[in-house]
Design a protein around this ligand. Sequence first.
Ligand code: 4AD
Length: 458
Amino acid sequence: SKKIQLVEDTSLPPATKVKIRGCANYHEKRVRVFGWVHRLRQQKENTFIVLRDGSGYLQCFISGKLAQTYDALTLTLESTVEIVGTMKPVPEGKTAPDGHELIADYWKLIHAAPSGDDAFSNKINEHSDPSLLADYRHLVLRGEKAASVLRVRAAMLGAFRTTFEKLGVLEVTPPCMVQTQVEGGATLFKLDYYGQPAFLTQSSQLYLETCLPSLGDVYCVQESFRAENSHTRRHLSEYTHLEAELAFITFDDLMTHIENIICDSVEILLADPVISKLVYQLNPKFQQPKRPFMRLDYRDAIKWLNEHGIKREDENTHEMVDHVVGDDIAEAAERKMTDEIGVPIFLNKFPRELKAFYMKRVPGDEEYTESVDLLMPNVGEIVGGSMRISDMQELLEGYKREGIDPAPYYWFTDQRKYGTCEHGGYGLGVERLLAWLCDRYTVRDCSLYPRWPGRATP
Ligand code: 4AD
């Protein structure tokens, strides 16, 4: 078999070089495809390859002397190959991706992946330890599930952009290296910036606010960084943050806008049959969210938790106790409540002391803020937003209350000096939204290369 040398038959009709996703247009025609051996089944006479090129999966049927070469007999998973042949529907009673297959008349090994101890299937498989899978994320990405999630992710970002464009909200790209905090000093990543202290951004909100008088309503898709000490299934140290800021709106407008952004974008996403199929493969029970979303006042949520026996752990005694107004509703309690209610919830009007320095108070109910978290079944909070303080004096008091030096915020404060306006916005955690949409246990599965405490490789 070492001696068999294959040559391409040049008397056949010319083969068109195609990506696998385009193969459906070439039935009974000759095509040339390139890719990785995703699955491999070798019988005596024949070799079945499921080829993967990132655009799709294609069954290739290799037979006769094509299947008897040294390369064919020693072929391994993840090797790269070139295959030329004719596209045919699969025979009656047989199945293959997209119901067709490539009947090869020529093929060539481009690079042989290792066999034996170093074989791909020995590196990672469904039984691998999670920490090993994290080390081998670059190989995990070759799996169908990981690729499906990333494909849905790309489509989701595209759908968001389409929705924002329809609404006339403009995309901007704020900086990642900053000298102001947004969500509290405890989770800042500090860095040395030419001898000056600086941070990786926690949120682009403050920058978006400065765009309102210039560009009107704006949004961004930007990485945010949080030095979180929480090893939970929904916290990353770096995550993709979709944020928007809107001028001359009310708190009610803000919630309606968030609802529309999510529902319209999901609708756009599901209108694509390829993506819709992926979503329902990953999440067979997925239910499209229905407008309007339930609106639950923070104080009613505390009542609800107590009525349903959902307790919190007392920090000192470690006993499980009832919630009281003023408590930060912890992740576990929030998740139980969200799962039990089973629909998206706008949890709103949090106490002032739980929230950031910039949040507007509820008129006439000043201990509470015009703030809102959107909670989704299975994940919990995926969006955090609020109306912003529009009055300069009040903002200065906000800095003071939180012990923030107002000096580096001069540009943010100036917004209240040169023509202030009622405005509000929000941030959506893209990985959290995907965990909900694709029914993933953790946000780590929804990021290309997730970062969490102790993990920045690969
Ligand atoms: O609630 P957060 O902290 O709000 C802000 O940063 C606001 N400044 C946003 C704004 O109004 N423009 O974060 C917003 C969202 C959360 O709801 C969550 O989905 C996500 O960002 N998020 C995280 N996602 C993954 N890992 C983390 N460590 C996250 N922290 C927040």
